[in-house]
Every structure is written in structure tokens, then in C-alpha cells.
Design a protein around this ligand. Structure first.
Ligand code: NDP
Ligand code: OXD
Length: 308
């Protein structure tokens, strides 16, 4: 039995050490030094090259190093085995920090002060109150619900849009497509924390922006394919939207020629909103290795038909 570790972005040696501390003797093979593909039972992956996971005839489960598994299930060669997505306290905490920081930056209009400073302008404005600002989260799952709690604790009015109804202290739940219109109409700062599925691709488009109140801001921390970039630029340039914070892009790294880099109302960050630390995330991964080998259902198992 061996575990394939495949990620260009994660520290393979640290992961091996953390997993072997929990499962002594675990055979971890770091891609591309895999040995005999038939030895591989499990794969721990992020951004696997398309087709790669189809090379392992005895693969019995895929454990994702990411919360979003859209890239994995888009691979037509992915074997029909259970997939677990990443759920980890450090991933949740860092996402919560990012969303709170970005929401506060829009709320307190720091982008305007940054521009004013460059122009040496003393641009006094009365500080707005969080209680007067409505933050709407698209997606109230692991990450969205944690961010919602932090926003509530900070004093914002918080709304959440999800497929099923939610009961979260201080959060007004808007379930399903039929509630999207009402949700958007009441949202001053829109945060996208949806999985990328056939239902949600391109959801941040001109029609959605038109439903938001004048001056609303958009924070996209989910996937670049949720956003129609030209529609965003038009809504910002027309003055309908007040600003955007973008962490994820259709093409990553964002090409140097992309106009988002220079847009005065856009803050670009390089897919850094959150990150799972092996020291904490290895607990869940080790639990899932044991479950997969025992033929038990995985923790945080993905519903492939639903797409998340
Ligand atoms: P979850 O699966 O826990 O939550 C997804 C949420 O989206 C659920 O509330 C779900 O509703 C809702 N949802 C799904 N489809 C729809 C739909 N069609 N209409 C309305 N609501 C819908 O995911 P996580 O919170 O763990 O992660 C969310 C995403 O964040 C990931 O898929 C990933 O793409 C992105 N991400 C980005 C990172 C970054 O660094 N930028 C880091 C980590 C994740 P319901 O609860 O009713 O099922
Ligand atoms: C994730 C990500 O989905 O890092 O976990 O984007």
C-alpha cells in the first residue's frame, strides 16, 4: 500500500513527516518518483496534470489538498473512486481573516484613502458604521459559515445564499435560486465562496451585478470561473460597482497583460486567501487514509453528481 503525493504547491517532505507521525511506516511516494503505479492505493493531490490519476490501476480514493475539487472532477480520466475535499482549521481561519479584511477594507473605503494618499489629498469622510453595512455571502459551507460568524461578531448585517436553508446566529438565510434576487438586492458587499459547478460558473456576471445596490463591492475568493471579468470591469467603469477584491482568476498566474492588474478599483491577490497547514490538516487526511483502507465512507466526501 502506498500514498501518492502530487502537488506542485505544497511541501511534500513536511506532509510526509506529518502523515508518518500519525501512521508509522506509511509509504509516501512523491510525484513524479512514483515507482510501480500498481503500488499506489491512495492519492493526496492538488493540481494533478489531467490524465495522471488514470494511471494507477489500484487507486481506491483521492484525497484533495484543496477545498475546491472542480479541477479534479473535470478530468475525464479520473477513476470512479471516492473523493474527499480538504476541511482544516487553518484553511478556515485564514479564509475568515481574508474575508473580514477585504470586507473591512471596502467598508472603511481604504482603497479611496490609498488613492488619496498618492494624490496628497486629505480626503476626510465620516467613518461608516458596520451595523449599517450588509455583507452577503454566496456559499454558507465550511468557509462561508465561518466567515459569516466573524462578520456577525464584527457587527455587520450578514446575509447568506446557499442551496439549502441555514440556521446561523445573526445570519439571514436565502436558500435557492428563487431567493437570489432578494439576497442580491440587500447586499452591499458580496463575497463569493461557492464551489465551481455547472450551476455556479459565471455567476458573477452583468445580471448579478445589476441586481446589487449602486456602489456595492465584490469579493471573489472562490474560483476565477465564477467571474465574468469583462462584466466586472464594465460595472466598475460605469460607477455601478464601487470596488472589487479578487483572489482567484480564470488563468493563474494572472497574465501580465490582464487589465485587472491596473484597474484602480480592483485589488488583486495571488490565490492566497487561505491555505491548509500540514500540522493541522494531516489529522483529517490520516483519518481518511485509515477510512479508505478500511473501506469506510470518507470524511467530507464529495458528491460527484452535485459537483462539490
Ligand atoms: P462547501 O462545500 O463547504 O460549501 C459550499 C456552499 O456553497 C454550501 O453552502 C452550498 O450550499 C453552497 N452552494 C453550492 N452550490 C450552490 C448553488 N448552486 N446555489 C447556492 N448555493 C450553492 O465549500 P467550502 O466552504 O469548503 O469552499 C468553498 C469554495 O471556496 C471551494 O469550492 C473553493 O473553490 C474555494 N476556496 C478558495 C480558496 C482560496 O484560497 N481562494 C481556498 C479554499 C477554498 P448547501 O450548504 O446548501 O449545500
Ligand atoms: C482550495 C484552494 O480550494 O486553495 O482549497 O483554492
Amino acid at each position: 500500500m502506498a500514498l501518492l503525493f502530487l502537488s506542485p504547491d505544497d511541501p511534500a517532505d513536511t506532509w510526509r513527516a506529518e502523515l508518518q507521525a500519525r501512521i508509522p511506516g506509511l509509504d509516501v511516494r512523491t510525484w513524479p518518483q512514483v515507482g510501480d503505479p500498481a503500488d499506489i492505493d491512495l492519492a493526496l493531490v492538488w493540481r494533478a496534470p489531467p490524465g495522471e490519476l488514470g494511471r494507477y490501476p489500484n487507486l481506491c480514493a483521492v484525497l484533495s489538498l484543496a477545498a475546491g475539487i472542480d479541477g479534479l472532477i473535470a478530468d475525464p480520466d479520473l477513476p470512479d473512486v471516492p473523493i474527499a475535499r480538504m476541511v482544516d482549521p487553518s484553511l478556515t481561519r485564514t479564509m475568515t481573516e481574508y474575508v473580514l479584511l477585504a470586507a473591512l477594507r471596502h467598508h472603511r473605503k481604504f482603497d479611496r484613502f490609498e488613492r488619496a494618499q498618492r494624490a496628497r489629498e486629505w480626503a476626510y469622510a465620516f467613518p461608516p458604521q458596520a451595523a449599517d453595512r450588509r455583507v452577503g455571502l454566496m456559499g454558507l459551507g465550511e468557509l462561508g459559515s465561518a466567515a459569516a460568524r466573524a462578520l456577525v461578531a464584527h457587527g455587520f448585517q450578514v446575509l447568506g445564499w446557499s442551496r439549502s436553508p441555514k440556521v446561523l446566529d445573526g445570519v439571514v438565510s436565502y436558500p435557492g435560486r428563487s431567493e437570489l434576487h432578494a439576497f442580491l438586492h440587500r447586499t452591499d458587499i458580496l463575497v463569493c465562496l461557492l464551489p465551481l459547478t455547472s450551476d455556479t460558473v459565471g455567476i458573477l456576471d452583468a445580471a448579478t451585478f445589476a441586481e446589487l445596490p449602486h456602489g456595492a463591492c465584490v469579493i471573489n475568493v472562490a474560483r476565477g470561473q465564477h467571474l465574468v471579468e469583462n462584466d466586472l470591469v464594465e460595472a466598475l467603469d460605469s460607477g455601478h460597482l464601487g470596488g472589487a477584491t479578487l483572489d482567484v482568476f480564470r488563468e493563474e498566474p494572472l497574465p501580465r497583460g490582464n487589465p485587472l492588474w491596473d484597474h484602480p478599483k480592483v485589488l488583486v491577490t495571488p490565490h492566497v486567501a487561505s491555505y491548509s497547514v500540514p500540522a493541522t490538516a494531516a489529522d483529517g487526511v490520516a483519518a481518511n487514509i485509515r477510512r479508505a483502507l478500511a473501506g469506510e465512507p470518507l470524511l467530507h466526501q464529495v458528491d460527484r453528481a452535485r459537483g462539490y
